[in-house]
Design a protein around this ligand. Structure first.
Ligand SMILES: Cc1ncc(COP(=O)(O)O)c(C=O)c1O
Length: 379
């Protein structure tokens, strides 16, 4: 007979196993967009973990937490309070492209090549034809080429996807310029602000180079913003819509549910995601998010300047807290750093490595990393 382990032993075993995976606090996780959520938000998640956001008649309070999160985020994005929480940026992007396909009847998506892989995946799942546009030598999308394609495919467009905080470099793409230069055609923009959504608005207050990308622009119909890339435990993202009609398109009939409906592509959505996002909003509020965003950007700029000091080429001075730099032999440098438990990430740019400056990347960790890299490069 197989004896089951008792719960205490299982937890002890899991704690030991967890310690064998990389640690945030000791500065090992450098390239990932994941973060170590504060304990109070893990607790917030746990309190509502077993309620269901897709059962708002049974779990009214859980539903209200989601409404309050969406209202707060919507205000930041100058929206009208439409949207929902999801399990991640990929789900938000898939849901957005689904809703926009239904809304427009289009079968073509146009996007710069810099879009996250989830856009390509979503197009494949949804049977949409994705047309990609090049970026210039500063990794900014070529707006004139985008506009030419938008005109060419007018009438067939499901969506144009722009990113606020690209995966490789943290570039906030010029959504505002696209809207003003391409104003003679009808099209709906989905903004993937999974990474930049909770950072860029606060940096834009100080830096007029950061483009406007929110609902103030009439062509913006949906925006993805991830809470779990900054402070909230995984999984927690939000998808905002311009109007109720779009929100209704992702509400499906579900006769077996008390509300008769299912909102989102999922069946059960843990209430934990709403409680954790709500907890972060209550504790940090807008000023706390502003402080965090500016602090992370300051640290990223510090890292960037330190890398430049040791002769490393940084691609684009960081506007958001992502530092991407070039090395001669990326595979070898990566292998060396990974052997030292300094887990930097590759990018889609040749020979470029990425560090995402999350809340766990302190100045001390930055110093340690730069010293290690300098020692390698002078060898
Ligand atoms: C710009 C952007 N969008 C979407 C995603 C996907 O987010 P998730 O991993 O939460 O699905 C990422 C992840 O890195 C991203 O960088």
């Amino acid at each position: 007979m197989v004896l089951a382990l008792n719960p205490g032993d299982v937890i002890e075993t899991l704690k030991r196993l967890r310690s064998e995976d990389p640690s945030y606090s000791s500065g090992e996780v450098l390239g990932s967009m994941t973060i170590e959520a504060p304990q109070y938000l893990v607790e917030a998640f746990n309190i509502f973990m077993n309620t269901n956001l897709n059962d708002p008649k049974l779990f009214k309070v859980t539903h209200q937490l989601e409404v309050e999160c969406i209202n707060w985020l919507s205000k930041l994005m100058h929206g009208g309070g439409y949207g929902l929480l999801t399990y991640g940026g990929s789900e938000s992007n898939l849901t957005a492209l689904y809703a926009l396909r239904e809304y427009t009847g289009g079968d073509v998506v146009i996007s710069p090549k810099t879009a996250h892989i989830s856009i390509r995946k979503s197009c494949k799942v949804l049977g949409l034809n994705l047309i990609e546009v090049d970026v210039d030598d500063r990794y900014i999308p070529k707006v004139n080429e985008l506009c030419e394609l938008i005109r060419k495919y007018e009438g067939r467009l499901a969506s144009v996807v722009m990113t606020a905080g690209t995966t490789d470099l943290g570039v906030v793409e010029p959504v505002d310029r696209l809207v003003s230069e391409c104003d003679d055609v009808k099209y709906a923009i989905h903004v993937d602000a999974a990474y930049g959504g909770l950072i860029a608005p606060f940096i834009a207050e100080l830096d007029s180079d950061i483009p406007v990308f929110d609902f103030r622009l009439s062509n913006v119909y949906s925006i993805t913003v991830d809470f779990h890339k900054l402070v909230v435990p995984v999984p927690c993202s939000a998808l905002l819509f311009r109007n109720r009609e779009l929100e209704e398109l992702i509400t499906f009939d579900a006769p077996y549910m008390p509300s008769g409906k299912n909102r989102s592509l999922l069946g059960t959505r843990s209430g934990g995601i709403a409680a954790a996002a709500w907890g972060a909003i209550k504790v940090l509020d807008t000023d706390g998010f502003r402080y965090l965003a500016r602090d992370l950007v300051a640290r990223a700029k510090y890292l960037s300047s330190k890398l430049v000091d040791i002769g490393v080429k940084v691609l684009n001075e960081p506007k958001l807290p992502i530092v991407t730099f070039e090395v001669d032999d990326r595979d070898e440098v990566m292998r060396y750093l990974w052997n030292l438990k300094l887990y930097v990430y590759p990018t889609s740019i040749r020979n470029a490595l990425r560090i995402v400056v999350g809340p766990h990347i302190t100045y001390e960790i930055i110093e340690k990393f730069v010293n290690t890299l300098r020692n390698l490069l002078v060898k």
